[in-house]
Ligand binder design. Structure first.
Ligand code: SF4
Ligand code: SF4
Ligand code: FES
Length: 244
């Protein structure tokens, strides 16, 4: 497989994006995460030109598996033109967002002031948060509404028992658009409030009660990952304990 005329090592089943990253070739990306099995390819920022025999196509690098005979171009005029247009549209969805501004700088793209943020949302609808929740938790959030009112939310914008308040969606959002609030032992996120759990040994914040037990609760000690490791190594290793 070649990228920009140079042979690069690749692994069977990996994406062009992963192979390019390993070879030190920059391809901008926003929506993908190598953990998830389903890749929606929402942002299309990672688009590259792929030549196989006589056929040349534009493919999302994050969702296209490598093949030996591929000749990939990440640096053509048309790729730069597409990236510029996509980045300007993405910028309009989340103006002044540091992650997007950094990506634009890396790609040498400036904002187009003629494109405005009609929806006023600070979200580029990349679906990473949705995929994270489906993959790790229960699929509590989805894309709601249409056009300029499209947004990520719980069904009808109401509290849902599928949300455990874990904040995985917040951590994985590439532009830090989801913001939970932790105060007075509670976490507020997605139209709901959750009780925070702290390690009984060191006092570190673990997660929410709902996420920790997910419905099962008894009197075993509640420990963070570090303290539970210590307990496992130590004299209490046979005691029942909860850890995270
Ligand atoms: S906080 Fe709620 S919506 Fe976000 S990942 Fe956790 S369960 Fe899903
Ligand atoms: S909230 Fe963040 S992760 Fe979710 S779709 Fe919007 S930009 Fe993507
Ligand atoms: S990173 Fe590949 S489509 Fe978004």
């Amino acid at each position: 497989m070649k990228i920009n005329g140079k042979a690069v090592p690749w692994l069977f089943g990996e994406s062009i994006l992963d192979a390019a990253n390993r070879a030190g070739v920059f391809i901008p990306s926003l929506c993908c995460d190598s953990t998830f099995l389903n890749k929606d390819s929402c942002c299309r920022l990672c688009i590259v030109q792929v030549k196989m025999g006589d056929k040349v196509s534009l493919m999302p690098a994050c969702a296209t598996e490598t093949e030996a005979e591929m000749e990939i171009n990440t640096d053509s005029e048309s790729i730069h033109r597409i990236r510029k247009m996509l980045l300007q549209l993405i910028y309009a969805e989340a103006p002044e967002n540091p992650t997007i501004m950094e990506l634009m700088k890396k790609c040498g793209v400036k904002p187009d002031t003629r494109i405005s943020n009609k929806g006023g949302r600070d979200c580029v609808l990349c679906r990473r948060c949705i995929n994270a929740c489906h993959y790790w938790v229960k699929g509590a959030i989805e894309s709601m509404g249409r056009g300029v009112t499209k947004r990520i939310d719980t069904p009808y914008g109401k509290p849902t028992e599928d949300c455990l308040g874990c904040a995985s969606c917040e951590l994985i959002c590439p532009i830090h658009s989801i913001k939970s609030e932790d105060y007075n032992g509670k976490r507020k996120i997605w139209n709901n409030e959750f009780e925070l759990l702290y390690c009984e040994e060191c006092g570190a914040l673990i997660t929410t009660k709902e996420n920790f037990f997910d419905g099962n609760y008894d009197d075993a000690p509640i420990l963070c990952h570090t303290c539970s490791e210590e307990y496992r190594k130590g004299h209490r290793k046979n005691e029942e304990l909860y850890c995270y």
